[in-house]
Unconditional design. Structure first.
Length: 511
């Protein structure tokens, strides 16, 4: 019987790569046979001689469930994780996997209920408590209880800031990766081949596609309310707090959201000597939009639209508008919430009436007022280019062209694809950005590194008709991924160059 089950599972495993491109299927005869075997094993009397050991059956269930999950058959995977949980004599691990499977398949009520029960057990063997809390917080966000999810994670991280992930190589470099959690939140995000995952929104750059995290021994330390001054980071696989890391990777990227965490980290680093730090917190704190305006707008050949910060709380709407207009803003100008990296709160206002309506709906305590600099081409197109700066070198990311002023990448399939010359222009920019913006402009952008003094950051810009470089945004909070390369393969080698450059920087700093 065991040989038969192993044979079935092996056949499924060998066909996995062929099946990955197909949509999820209904339960197969082989699935049913494994399930029936598991059910029979669960019903066996304890005094009976088992035809398959419980431990072997549990491992088969887990392996089969994992394979089904990889193939996108999340509901089927839950079925087998449930049976593994029934078979396991020490059920915590099986039920932990089941809670994750529930979440991944979108069965949020079951995931939340089971995660809450597992957290209450507090067994010595408990693992993944942080992930269980994150699952619950993401579901609470989905249920429109974002505040409850944030409070949960603040409380958890304040006392449990260390989360160590070990490489298979215990001698691999040790990295202390710092994050903050004061104004961030978790939410469910659906990915085509991975089901639902927990996504952190706000305040950080993600290292997922910038480096192979599995090649390093990493402690992710989440700073909350100054805990880093009282709870020491764990640096080594041996959980030896006296062993220093080879590198501190500061992934906190938005000073508007996580300024308190950056300040706490800066205080912590003040007596740490010569440990290499990627993105020192003092320099990250200078990358607010109003801070960038003060630093960049005076540089030769570079323009950053006038950007000032305004406090909304306790001010009447018309009084606030009078204050903004009194600072020299004329319509149209832009308002957006501080601490916002997407366009969700960004609005181009053409009149005082527009501004009044915006402020009526606004819930943010602080706003940026941003000068709108006309930058459409003679054909009415708007362009947005992006570079990453990694260890002082520029790497082209995108060259977007659109019909609207607030250009975003989703238009590549909907608009740029209908105009082949736009895609050709992007390919030209990625292959040779100097040929698009000119040598002198490229040299001016290279010099930004000397001003910004960050090891990793990105910036969006366009070029005005007189050659001036209009920078829209500059910070380390920009996301790197291969998402668009799936549909536009010409992007892939350039995205890979970014990953390779970041990894090379990590390895060089680790010594």
């Amino acid at each position: 019987m065991l040989f038969r089950i192993i044979k079935i599972w092996r056949r499924l495993f060998l066909s996995a790569f062929a099946l990955q491109s197909q949509p999820p299927k209904a339960e197969t005869d082989e699935d049913a046979e494994i399930g029936e075997a598991a059910a029979r094993r669960a019903r066996l009397d304890q005094t009976s001689k088992p035809e398959v050991s419980e431990n072997a059956m549990m491992k088969l269930m887990w392996a089969h469930a994992s394979l089904l999950s990889q193939l996108g058959r999340y509901e089927n995977s839950v079925y087998y994780y449930e049976r593994a949980a029934m078979l396991d004599n020490s059920p915590y691990l099986a039920r932990y996997k089941l809670a994750n499977a529930y979440f991944k398949s979108g069965r949020f009520p079951e995931a939340k209920s089971l995660a809450e029960k597992l957290i209450l057990e507090k067994t010595d063997a408990q693992m993944g408590a942080g992930k269980l809390h994150r699952i619950i917080a993401a579901i609470e966000h989905f249920e429109n209880h974002q505040g409850a999810g944030q409070a949960r994670m603040r409380n958890y991280y304040h006392s449990n800031p260390n989360e160590v992930t070990l490489s298979h190589n215990r001698d691999a470099p040790r990295i202390l990766r710092t994050m903050g959690f004061h104004h961030c939140f978790y939410m469910p995000a659906r990915q085509a081949k991975r089901g639902y995952t927990v996504r952190l929104r706000g305040g950080h750059f993600a290292a997922t596609y910038l480096m192979d995290m599995g090649q390093y021994n990493i402690n992710t330390y989440v700073i909350n309310k100054g805990n880093i001054s009282s709870i020491p980071p764990i640096y080594s696989p041996a959980v030896d707090s006296d062993t220093k890391p080879n590198l501190i990777l500061n992934s906190i990227a938005d000073p508007d959201l996580e300024g308190e965490a950056l300040t706490a980290l800066d205080t912590y680093l003040s007596d740490k000597g010569t440990i290499a730090v990627i993105n020192p917190p003092q320099q990250v704190m200078k990358t607010t939009r109003d801070g960038n305006y003060q630093r960049l707008n005076s540089l030769d050949g570079i323009r950053f639209g006038k950007t000032l910060r305004f406090r909304v709380a306790d001010q009447a709407r018309d009084d606030l508008l009078t204050m903004i207009e009194g600072q020299g803003y004329t319509y149209p100008f832009i308002l957006r919430s501080t601490g916002e990296q997407t366009a969700r709160t960004t609005k181009l206002l053409h009149s005082r009436k527009d501004a009044q309506q915006y402020l009526t709906a606004n819930t943010s305590p602080e706003l940026y007022a941003i000068e709108f600099v006309p930058n459409a081409s003679d054909q009415g197109h708007y362009t947005k280019m992006r570079f990453f700066c990694i260890d002082g070198a520029l790497y082209p990311v995108v060259h977007h062209i659109d019909q609207v002023w607030n250009v975003h990448g989703s238009n590549r399939k909907s608009f740029m694809s209908a105009h082949p010359w736009m895609l050709e222009k992007e390919q030209q920019f990625l292959a040779n950005p100097r040929s698009v913006i000119g040598d002198s402009a490229y040299t001016r952008l290279e010099k930004l590194y000397d001003v910004i003094k960050l090891d990793f950051f990105g910036f969006d810009f366009t070029q005005l008709s007189d050659g001036t470089l209009l920078i829209f945004e500059l910070n380390p909070a920009m996301r790197h991924s291969f998402d668009h390369a799936d549909n536009f393969p010409y992007m892939k080698p350039h995205m890979q160059a970014i990953t390779d450059a970041f990894t090379a920087m990590i390895n060089q700093r680790c010594g």
